[in-house]
Design a protein around this ligand. Sequence first.
Ligand code: GAP
Length: 512
Amino acid sequence: MTAPASNDALMEDIVGLCKRRGFIFASSEIYGGYNGFYDYGPLGVELRNNIKQAWWRDMVQRRDDIEGLDSTIIMHPDIWKASGHIDSFSDPLVDCKESKRRYRADQLFFAPVILDDEKVGYVAFVEGTDSASIIKRAKKLRDNLDKKQSKLDEAVLSSDHTEFTEATDAQRELTLAPDANAVGSLTAPRAFKLMFETKVGPLADDSAVAYLRPETAQGIFANYKNIVDTGRVKIPFGIAQIGKAFRNEITPRNFIFRSREFEQMEIEYFIAPDADWKALHREWIDTCTDWLVSIGLSREGITEDIHPEDKLSFYSQATTDLMYQFPHGEQELWGIACRSDYDLQQHQKHSGKSMEIFDESSKTKYVPHVIEPSLGVDRTLLAVLTAAYTEDEVPNDKGKVEKRTVMKFSPKIAPVKAAIFPLLKNKPELVEVAQKLYKKLQRRWNVFYDASGAIGRRYRRQDEIGTPYGITIDFDTIEKDGTVTLRDRDTCEQRRVTEAELIDFLEEQIDG
Ligand code: GAP
């Protein structure tokens, strides 16, 4: 296995733009930040809401077979006993005895250090480390061994990467940890529980222990009976939920990719036990891929990672992850799992309530099986930011070519849909018409009014936050035919349109 290659410069550019333009801030920044937590600023919250709304509209409102749900974050602790989370929701943790740092063993890799054709030890490095840094660490190990003159095999360092979960005791003893000076400082992996605990009610003893949900899925299983009994659902059908999830991640990293508080958009899609689950799984993989493309990710950038059978949980029939090329490498974006009837059977057993459904078409009763497409909102947002971030060159007002940063968001999810500019701010007749159009568009969409500065600079400010359309009110608008200039963010092309044409166009592009 090879640790994914990273593009640190792109990540830095995205993080910088997010802070500068008010998309995303480190949580509690005035107190030095809080690792694994992020706040969404004015533009970030718009983008995030638009992603969630697009998902809800496409997966719930525009389908006849999926119902929505909003369950609580804190639920009866027995739910987590039944689901298996209390006993086994953990990650393999490795401590470095020298640096006191902690790593997730499945995100730590090691590579052999070969000097003059002899294996003398190993270097460990975290996921996303580039080859040059790995070679630097191997040279440190060589120096420690006082073998500066020996020839280091650099090719094997770049290609032979093994997950640290697979390291033997003997290999660990010879491994130089990422932040250590001497070999042998890493402990063997041990299970680290990921659920955040809290106490509910006035008693502070063990009976008051509750958990912040680590996934929204269990809220769906716990309400499955309510929806079957109150809705008019018939198999196959799904229940969808968007909401916060919390995991005490050992190493929250890569900006919002892996955080301790995040949001999920999950569907549990219930099917008959004898249904062709393989075909339905394939259908869901395709539906999810198409949806990602519909919000602006390129189809070529999405790949499928089929989990090998020997790595599946005992109850799982199949899992395919949709992977995306993030700045820190190709990583999981959307997990689509066939979970059999495991969860409902567990809740039936622990709650004593029947989870059976009567299937009208076959006139039989059974506990349904489930296909679970599970997607992170924040991870989708990072994928969208990565796909949109572009640096190109365009002519300015005077025709001189200059560099610009432009976020090429799909109009469907762009935080600001259009910016309205009066050509000059000191001409009341232009301002009046621009304000009137602004107020009209504002009733339907998040639009922005900007009258200050040269028009070229105003365009650039909007390009950087990904506003797809610029609408300029000029003298032709007020003196001739009432048409306005509509500028396209990506091509910079401009055309004149009437107000009715403008609204039809925006409607098609944004709401279509
Ligand atoms: N109910 C199944 C489930 O929760 P998962 O693979 O653990 O499966 C599903 O999580 C999705 O949630 C992931 O594909 C990812 O998009 C998102 N996700 C998981 N952990 C995350 C974290 N710490 N930070 C941000 N997103 C996360």
